[in-house]
Each structure stands twice: as C-alpha cells, then as structure tokens.
Design a protein around this ligand. Sequence first.
Ligand code: ATP
Ligand code: MG
Length: 502
Amino acid sequence: MTVKKKFSLNLGIVGGGRACLYFLNLLETTSFPDLDLKIIGVCDINPEAKGMIKAEKSGIPTFKNFHDLFQNTTPDAVIELTNNKSLSELITLRPDHVGVIEHNIGRLLRTLFEMNQNLIRTKEQAVLDKGYYEILFQQTNLGVVVLDLEFNIVDANQVYLDACKKTRNEVLGEKCFKVIKGFYAPCPSDLSNAECPLMKTLNTGKPSHIIHEYALSEDKTKYFSISAYPIKGLDNKITHIIELWQDMTSEITEKWENKVKRIHSDMKKIIQEDRLVALGKLVASSVHEINNPIQGLLTFGYIIKDMAKKVVLDKKDMEHLREFSDHMTRELERCGNIVSGLLAFSRESVLEFKNTDINDLLQMVLSLTRHKLELSDIKLETSLCLDPLIVYGDKNQLQQCFLNLIFNAIDAMPKGGKMSISSGIKKDQKEVWIKINDNGCGISEQDMEHIFDPFFTTKEEGGTGLGLSIVYGIIKDHKGDVGVESNPGKGTSFLISLPCVN
Ligand SMILES: Nc1ncnc2c1ncn2[C@@H]1O[C@H](COP(=O)(O)OP(=O)(O)OP(=O)(O)O)[C@@H](O)[C@H]1O
Ligand SMILES: [Mg+2]
C-alpha cells in the first residue's frame, strides 16, 4: 500500500480577534486528507483578544506584533485578520518567502473549511444511514424491494427473494411484474386481487396498502399484504418506491378456516331444521295412512268383542277369527312400519359415513312417501338396479336428499301425475346414478339459475327454499354431483351421481 505524502502548510495569524477565534475553532474540528495545516503563531497587540486566549489555551505561541512572529517562527504564509489596516505594512515587512493571505481570502478559506466540514458530516451520516439501512433491510422479516419509476427492481432483500424463489441476480434490473406475476406489462388496475401498489402510490403520492393473491399451484395460494412508500429526492419529487411485503397466508387461511367451520356448523343446523320440516310433511300424510287401518282394526275389535259374547264358537266363527287376526296383524305391522320409519327419520344422528346400498335407501324413502304419493294422486314407477349400489355415505343425509327431491316432485304435480325413480351404475363402474323424474310444471329458464340458491322458492305457501341447497351441500359432501333438466310445462328430472365403492 502506498502512503500518500501530505502537503504541509504552516500558517501564522495576524489579528487575534473573533475572526481568529472562529478560525482556530474551525481548524480544531477539521482535517484535510492531503494537507497538514498547522497554525504556528498568532499575534495581536491585545493579549486579551478572544483569538489570543484560545491560541494560548491550544498551546499556539502568541506575539504582540508580527515582527516577533517572523523572528520566532517560520510560517509559509500569514493570514491577515485585522481588518485591512496593517495589510500594506505586513506585505512590506514580511520575509520574502512568506505569503500573505488577505482577510477576504481568509474568509473564503473559512467558507471552504466549513464546506469541507459539512461534507465530512454528510459522509459520516451517509455511512450511518447505510448501516441502519443494511440492518433493517436484511434483518427484517418483511420482504423489501426498491423500485424505480419504470418498475425496475433496484434492490431486494433475502426475504423478498425467498418469496419469489429467485436469486438476486435474477431480479435486479428486472421489471417487478415479470418477476412476480410473469406478466409482460404492469398489473392491470381492474384485477381486484392484483392492483399495482406502485401505480397507486405514484397516483396519490401517498403510501398505499394492498393485499395480493398468488396461486402457486392448483390448491396452494399465498396472500401478501404489500405496503408501498414513496421515496422523494431533493426537489421533493418521487424518485423510487419502496415496497414492504408481508406474508399473510397463515393469518388469512386461519380466518378462512374458522369461517368455513362456522358455515359448516350453521349448515348442520339448517340440515337438522330441514329434517324437521320434512318430518312434518311425512307426519301429515302418515296420519292419514295410520288412521285408515285403525278404523279397520276398531271394526275387527267390535266384531271380536261380539263373538266373545257367544258361549261356544262354531267352525265358521273360528275361521273368521283367524282371518280377522291375520288382517289385524298385517294392519298393525303397517302402522308399526310407518311409525318406526318416522321415528328413525326424526332421530337426531351424528354423521356416520359407511358403505350404504343406495337401493335399500331408496326403498326406505319410498316406504315413507308412498302414502303421501297416493294421497296426492301420483303414480309411482320404479326401476332400480338389480345389483346393490354401494356408496360411502351417511344414510340419514342421503335419505334427506331423496326426500327433498320427491317432495319437490310432489309439489310440482298438484293435480297428480307420474313420478319415476330409477338407479344404475355408470359404464366406467366408478359412479352410481339416481334419477328422479316427474311430469309436473317444470322449471323456467330464469328460475333454473337460482334453484340451488338458499331461500329461493317459487312456492307461495310454506316453501323455505332450502331443500335444493341442502341437497347440493349433502351431495357435494359425498363428492358427488347434482344435475337437472327441465321442460317447462312438461316435467323435470334430477340426476344425482355418487362415487361408487368397488
Ligand atoms: N321437481 C321440480 N319441479 C318444478 N320445480 C322445481 C322442482 N324442484 C325444485 N323446483 C323449483 O326450485 C325451487 C327451490 O326448491 P327447494 O327445494 O330449494 O325449495 P322449495 O321446495 O321451494 O322449499 P322447501 O324445500 O323448503 O319446501 C322450488 O321453489 C321450485 O320453484
Ligand atoms: Mg323443496
């Protein structure tokens, strides 16, 4: 390493007043990279002058007049700070090799020294600022990216690089929209989840906050909260934008999951309420159905009572008795079946997914609704697959689905009609299908868009509009699908498909 030789300059000061004091103070705090500047003496007739006192304190020799200064020291130059009066005398009497710096030049020197001092202070501040910047930039857990007004990345910290899975060299000088989104133009402002923070801040001149959504893969999305701040130059115009990126994915996902949980529990409640509505509809028709056999049973009861009055029963009586008791048992079984079906359906059950035969389930639903169909003058045709159709599902919920579809079909045929229920397995053997068809009023094109919306109903009395949204929810929970075809005035078909258990 070569050490640069410093140029040395020994100065004397003539005039020890306030200008001298200022000069000495200034020199004390100033250093020059290429100059070794020393004050080797100060002279003034007044030993109490402020500059003289300062010089003495600093160990600089002081003299009463400049003759003494020249005799005792060997300055390269003297600065005249006495206010001009002694300048001509000084010029005449100085030794030949000693230069004279006139007080105006002295002032200029002072200004230069001051500027030098400011420069040093600014440099020190800049070093300090750089230190702060680097610590904050690299140690923060926020992603930081500095952009120029042309969307070019000027600087980026490691967190940001990790978030976009790129190296520093890959991003510096690149457009931010290309690095982050793979776009070839700035993010369009009409994308609600990708509005450009830089543009927003440039337009308003103020910081902006935006949440961006990034689909990393089909089932993985990240959310970043981006805050953009303007950086202004000396002319107060924005020169750069600094963006702080915070990964909000876990926070947002947690909130989202809580919301989904809440919706699920609300849905459970609604399904339970819908079961009660369905139960009400079933009970109304079952009461009729139970009442008929009860009338028959009562009549048989009276006859048996009369017979019992006889002392001896003949052969004919015994035959009648056998016949009546057969009837009674059959009718009581029928009542018992209806009541136990209703009881089973009304029971509040926990979700229980297990292998379930769809055909069994449809038979059960039909035994619950047969009397309602008869009362409504609806002819039922069934064409169920002969083989068991096993799906993995919750019996009660699937039963509720089919009931809702059958109730809708009944409502669509107020003057009676024909309903057919069929089931089968698709060619690929992966899905079973169930079709519920009616020749009722059908669904208009406008209504078709809304039938699965909760609370959509066209029924003036008693419709809650929840039936089909519950069907949809349950079938989706079973990883299945619901399709509908309708011909207004002619009828409707609902087609359900569910994954089949091999
Ligand atoms: N088979 C069908 N034929 C004609 N329209 C239907 C049929 N099924 C459903 N719809 C139409 O879809 C609407 C929504 O049905 P959804 O089952 O959700 O509610 P709802 O039947 O009106 O009320 P709820 O089910 O509470 O009794 C019905 O109001 C009706 O307009
Ligand atoms: Mg309904």
